[in-house]
Design a protein around this ligand. Structure first.
Ligand code: GLC
Ligand code: MG
Length: 241
């Protein structure tokens, strides 16, 4: 794959998808620019679920598709899996041990997923999720713990997550001088929003991001969804070409 000149790396649900008019405005702005802006979708969904959303919402086909909370990376145009990242993610990964550790924790339901590249649950609030984390630590099971939307618990391989997947992808697929913007709205986006690249929290973000303060690289948009992404792009890179 030829290296990407500029990149919008964005979460889908609640960020890039959700407001058609805002999305049209963002994409129209990108069309006026002299150099193309490539897209990386970084989502909690698995591949088929992300593909369904892309189809249903008529979203543009991205250049990179990072699914399962940053545990799987696919690169266009054929969307073959990045094997190097896959190897990293499977080096010390024992999903069945995680499922065992979660047994008998009240208020924790295993999500039905097509594979075990991550193990995810629905939790009745934070307590069952924390009880699982305690079990994983007690059993010395290497993992990354992500809690979002006051319900979703994602247990990922150590060194996984949207932020790590993004850093890996940028090093491998993106040109050094690229303009980059990272966009998100919830707890599973936090590590990528704080990965050190210009980033935006859209105004409709979930309460779990409300304590995150803006700084030179992290912008809090006053608009929601894609309109907030456009606002941030212009904040960092100007309104011109
Ligand atoms: C999406 C996924 C779900 C995951 C959640 C949080 O909703 O479908 O499996 O737990 O994101 O990352
Ligand atoms: Mg989201």
């Amino acid at each position: 794959m030829k290296k990407i000149p500029h990149l919008l790396a964005t979460d889908l649900d609640g960020t890039f998808a959700g407001d058609e008019e805002g999305l049209r405005n963002l994409l129209s702005h990108y069309e006026t620019l002299e150099e193309p802006i490539s897209l990386a979708y970084i989502t909690g969904r698995h591949r088929a679920s992300a593909a369904k959303l892309i189809y249903e919402e008529s979203l543009p086909i991205p250049d990179l598709l990072i699914t399962d909370v940053g545990t799987v990376i696919y690169s266009g145009p054929d969307f073959s899996e990045d094997e190097e990242w896959g190897k990293k993610m499977s080096a010390e990964w024992y999903p069945d041990e995680i499922i065992k550790a979660a047994k008998n924790i009240p208020g924790l339901m295993c999500q039905n997923l097509p594979h075990k590249r991550r193990v995810s649950f629905h939790s009745k609030g934070l307590l069952p999720a924390r009880a699982l984390e305690t079990q994983l630590i007690k059993r010395h099971i290497a993992h990354t713990f992500i809690f979002s939307s006051n319900r979703d618990v994602d247990i990922l391989p150590q060194g996984g997550g949207k932020g790590e997947a993004l850093k890996f992808s940028i090093t491998k697929y993106v040109e050094k001088e690229a303009n980059i913007l990272v966009a998100g709205d919830s707890g599973n986006d936090l590590d990528m929003l704080q990965a050190g690249y210009p980033a935006v929290i859209v105004s409709n973000a979930r309460a779990e991001l409300s304590g995150i303060e803006a700084d030179d690289t992290l912008f809090r948009a006053s608009y929601p969804y894609a309109q907030g992404i456009l606002e941030a792009w212009q904040h960092f890179y100007g309104t011109g070409k």
